[in-house]
Design a binder for this molecule. Structure first.
Ligand code: ISE
Length: 334
């Protein structure tokens, strides 16, 4: 069955999702878009699909089977709730919600709907490097995991992201992917600030330390003003060996006395395959497969953990992560 998609948000992420749906996914069609900026909506729609003046119309459109939400963070939970109420599957960009009440409301609405409708856009779960790490942990091929060291550097962070927002906007990726790789939840979190770069005096780099229920330590350096490029690193350290992310462009460049690889400019380039696989598998799930991405519960846990990390940052203390019991509804999910 061809899945007819409606897209809310035609910015960086929305336009990339539109490109992938049109060029890379069989069994999917983009039939409607919305953006509060009509010009951006028109640039994505072209003459190929409808433009809705507001997102509610798009979600209610009877010719739209499924929704992709790539609008500003504050709209994610309200629009996801609308999609659930309309009985339409929704792939919502991270973060799922801007506060914990909204996150809990999304979980409650999906449980009440009685079927999985929500997937959250933590695309790193579709990256081959992280999937290999998860398999290594699950199969125990290197012994028990002890550390997961993460580096998350942007060339220049989005202007609206303050030191505090780095946790909810950027570190939320490592919060989710470390749960996925290690196959367990986090128990507590600490966060410390480094001195700011003179290139970005108003945004301090952060070091977040998460400890899982079994005692694995996850370190996350978050530095959004690294200048040289977009650089996400990961090293899984186990009892008998390590596994590191090693993504490289297909060519090695020697120039002006230097020898190495180009560094990607941003996350769209660095995780291009992951974004493609995320949408491909979402379409497969809508055609009778299983959802393989982050559920609404994962989205809630990510938001809850980011909130605990913010409290840890502000207090300088280690903060326990108290997520409550996962509804049994989510036991059968991927
Ligand atoms: C952005 O929203 C993302 O999701 C990127 O993956 C992350 O690296 C970046 O810091 C965020 O602003």
């Amino acid at each position: 069955m061809t899945v007819r998609f409606g897209l809310v948000g035609c910015g960086v992420m929305g336009s990339d999702h539109a490109r992938i749906l049109r060029n890379d996914i069989t069994g999917a069609e983009l039939v409607a878009v919305h953006d509060k900026d009509w010009g951006r909506a028109k640039r994505v729609a072209g003459d190929r699909c409808r433009i809705h003046a507001d997102p509610e119309q798009l979600i209610a459109d009877p010719s739209v089977d499924a929704i992709v939400i790539a609008s500003p963070d504050a709209t994610h939970a309200p629009l996801t709730l609308l999609a659930i109420a309309s009985g339409k599957p929704v792939l919502c960009e991270k973060p799922m919600a801007s506060n914990l009440d909204e996150a809990r409301a999304v979980v409650a609405a999906e449980v009440a709907a009685g079927r999985q409708l929500v997937q959250i856009g933590f695309m790193r779960r579709f990256d081959p490097g992280y999937r290999a790490m998860r398999a290594t942990v699950a199969e125990g091929t290197l012994g028990n995991p002890l550390f997961l060291h993460c580096v998350h550097r942007n060339a220049v962070g989005p202007d609206y992201v303050t030191s505090d927002l780095v946790l909810a906007n950027s570190c939320v990726h490592e919060i989710d992917i470390s749960r996925y790789v290690l196959g367990e939840d986090h128990a507590r979190v600490r966060v410390i600030r480094a001195r700011p770069s003179r290139k970005a005096p108003n945004r301090q780099p952060l070091m977040m330390i998460l400890e899982t229920e079994s005692g694995v330590v996850v370190s996350v350096e978050a530095f959004l003003d690294a200048q040289y490029g977009y650089d996400v690193q990961g090293e899984l350290v186990c009892e008998e060996g390590t596994l590191s992310l090693d993504p490289h462009p297909p060519v090695r460049r020697r120039l002006d006395g230097s020898d190495g690889h180009a560094v990607e400019a941003d996350w769209v380039a660095r995780f291009a395959d992951a974004y493609r696989c995320q949408l491909r598998d979402f379409v497969a799930a809508l055609n009778g497969g299983r959802f393989l991405g982050s559920s609404a519960w994962d989205g809630y846990v990510a938001s809850l953990t980011a909130e605990a990390a913010l409290r840890a940052l502000k207090s300088g203390e280690t903060v326990a992560i108290e997520r409550g019991d996962r509804p049994a509804f989510y036991d059968s999910f991927g």
